[in-house]
Design a binder for this molecule. Sequence first.
Ligand code: FES
Length: 154
Amino acid sequence: MLTSRELTEIEAELTHYEQKRSACIEALKTVQRHRGWVSDESLSDLADFLEMTADELDGVATFYNLIFRKPVGRHVILVCSSVSCWVMGYDQVLQRIGERLGIGLGETTADGRFTLLPNVCLGACDHAPALMIDEDLHGDVDPQKVDEILAGYK
Ligand code: FES
């Protein structure tokens, strides 16, 4: 069931659109902001509220890689694997993250602190290799800098 706070925030978004379904991305983001991810139950409740089928809404949710349909850690690391970052040291950065956290792509640390995911270009090619943690973009990353960056997220 959607909380009253979630509903209030989603209803505020609806004022910008003629149809409820047009606010579906913002609505998904709202649920995820409050719960960390979008479960099947949340998706179904949200679809009912937006007058969509659950399949329609799931199609939107799974199209966007920043809507999480599985539980994630407190912090999500998105490592850019596109060409500029790949050329500039993606492999070494990914290896260092793996060494420090003991996880590979698609995995979450046992303490629930981090989830590590691949991502296409983060738009910071001039500062490759790049990664993003939550909403923070980190550029010119190297293996030594990985330690310093990770330390900033508890
Ligand atoms: S290729 Fe990595 S940020 Fe663009």
